[in-house]
Ligand binder design. Structure first.
Ligand code: SF4
Length: 349
């Protein structure tokens, strides 16, 4: 039996029942694909359900307030996905009368949609013959064909893409794409692939050559940058003071006034006094320190509590007052800041 048929047979017997597999609605398929980028299915599923419930059509999402979208997105990370998703919903409504474009090239031109997502939407929603190549597919194909070039280099990527086309099922593109991705996610896994009961044993060159544990190959490691965040958590009664982040991965999320450096006690007082224009008393309270890992960054974060005896007037006009309870509810914020707020709540108990 051919590889495509073996994969599809395996898929029909072993697939997970996931909501986006029951629809041909390009909007919902697009939502699921955006949410599952860099995210496990178990983590993305509740977000998918929440978004479909809150925004059942692309019109609902296009009209939504970005702050509300970011609030719903909190915890899923990679916030540029949410911002791009909102922008694309507006484009689909404004330029395509609310109907997702049906050609691969037009789908690819939308914001936040790369080759993988364009192939997924065009095959799942419109049955167009475009193979998807995600991390699972890279692994399965590089093992089946014993591709020994690093898959994070152009030569390895080209070899994998050529090999995918050789086994791709142009008659059943949606089914083939789902099958190979699911096979990689559940069967031909990064660690302990189920080779002893694999329907592709006779076709697998990595198994034949004893290379399963070595493939796929990756060259060089991602450089992780160490950075410091010192947050000034001002408190006056039940209120605190925040700003909207203007750039970076947490763009448009909210944070306590931030210094991207380590602060000694005297520097902290100087910084606080620089930010506050009126003459009021400040008292430094406790500091909560934690380490937060992102894909390319390791943040040493410090949250300094600073009590104020009067309402402050800030020298920066973008810092504004909120009720503490609104942080993370009305004003979306990062998982890092939520970690601090949860710690505060536990301390108050
Ligand atoms: S034999 Fe092992 S490595 Fe080869 S496709 Fe099957 S699970 Fe993957």
């Amino acid at each position: 039996m051919k590889i495509n048929n073996l994969l599809i047979n395996w898929y029909n017997a072993n697939k997970r029942d996931l909501p986006w597999r029951h629809t041909k609605d390009a909007y919902k398929i697009w939502l699921s694909e955006v949410m599952l980028q860099q995210t496990r299915v178990a983590q993305g599923l509740p977000y998918y359900e929440k978004f479909v419930d809150r925004y059942p059509t692309v019109y609902d999402m296009a009209q939504a307030d970005e702050q509300e979208i970011l609030t719903l997105w909190q915890g899923l990370g990679y916030y540029s996905r949410a911002r791009n998703m909102h922008a694309t919903a507006k484009i689909v409504v404004d330029q395509y009368s609310g109907l997702f474009p049906k050609s691969y090239a037009e789908i690819l031109s939308l914001k936040g949609i790369g080759e993988y997502t364009a192939a997924a939407i065009s095959s799942f929603a419109f049955d167009l013959p475009h193979p998807v190549v995600d991390g699972n597919v890279y692994r399965v194909i590089s093992r089946l064909f014993a591709i020994e070039e690093p898959i994070n280099k152009p030569l390895g990527q080209k070899s994998v893409r050529t090999a995918v086309h050789a086994v791709f099922d142009t008659q059943q593109p949606a089914l083939f794409n789902q099958a190979i991705m699911e096979f990689g996610a559940l069967h031909c896994t990064p660690k302990k692939p189920l080779c002893t009961r694999c329907p592709l044993q006779d076709n697998c060159l990595a198994l034949d050559k004893g290379l399963v544990d070595k493939l796929p190959l990756k060259e060089g490691k991602t450089n992780v940058k160490n950075i410091v965040h010192s947050y000034l958590y001002f408190r006056h009664k039940q209120n605190t003071y925040i700003e909207k982040r203007e750039s970076g991965i947490w763009q448009n999320l909210h944070q306590f006034p931030l210094a991207e450096e380590n602060l000694s006690p005297s520097q902290l007082i100087k910084k606080a006094n620089l930010l506050i224009k009126n003459k009021i008393n400040i008292e430094i309270g406790s500091c909560f320190s934690t380490t937060h890992l992102l894909s390319h960054r390791k943040i040493a974060a410090h949250f300094y509590t600073i009590f104020l005896d009067e309402k402050p007037i800030f020298s920066k006009s973008n810092i504004f007052e909120i009720d503490l309870e609104q942080m993370g509810t009305k004003y979306p914020t990062s998982v890092l800041t939520k970690k601090f707020l949860n710690q505060q709540k536990n301390d108050d108990k």
